[in-house]
Design a binder for this molecule. Structure first.
Ligand SMILES: C[S@@+](CC[C@H](N)C(=O)[O-])C[C@H]1O[C@@H](n2cnc3c(N)ncnc32)[C@H](O)[C@@H]1O
Length: 106
C-alpha cells in the first residue's frame, strides 16, 4: 500500500479523535508558531495537517495566511467541513510535500 492509500484508509475508517496522535489542541505547536511568526500576516503552512485543530486555533488567533497541506483528501475534507465558512479563509492543498511545487510566498 502506498503512503496516500495508507493515510486515506486511516482517515476513512477512524473518527478524528480515535487516532493515536489525537490532541484536542496542539498547544506546543501553537506556542512555537506564536513565537516564530511575528505578525498575523505571516505565511504559515501546516504540512501533514490531517484533521488537527491547529488551523482552527490559528484562525481564532487572527492568522490570515494559512495553508494546510496533506496527502489525504479525506482528512482535508473533514477539516474544511468542521470549519464551515471559515474554511474559505484557508488555502488547502492535497499532495505530497516531497513532490508538490509550492507557490512562492507573497
Ligand atoms: C500522524 S498524522 C498527524 C496529523 C496532524 N498533524 C495531527 O496532529 O493530527 C501525519 C499526517 O501527515 C500526513 N502525511 C504523511 N506523509 C505526507 C507527505 N509526504 N505529504 C503530505 N502529508 C503527509 C498524513 O496524511 C497525516 O495526516
Amino acid at each position: 500500500m502506498d503512503a496516500k492509500n495508507h493515510w486515506e484508509k486511516i482517515y476513512s475508517t477512524k473518527a478524528p479523535d480515535a487516532v493515536s496522535w489525537y490532541r484536542a489542541h496542539l498547544e506546543t505547536s501553537l506556542a512555537l508558531i506564536e513565537r516564530a511568526a511575528g505578525a498575523h500576516s505571516a505565511s504559515i503552512i501546516d504540512v501533514g495537517g490531517g484533521e488537527s485543530t491547529l488551523v482552527d486555533d490559528l484562525l481564532a488567533r487572527g492568522y490570515q495566511n494559512i495553508t494546510v497541506l496533506d496527502l489525504s483528501e479525506t482528512a482535508i475534507d473533514v477539516t474544511k467541513k468542521r470549519l464551515r465558512t471559515a474554511a474559505e479563509r484557508v488555502s488547502w492543498l492535497v499532495g505530497d510535500i516531497t513532490k508538490i511545487r509550492l507557490a512562492p510566498t507573497p
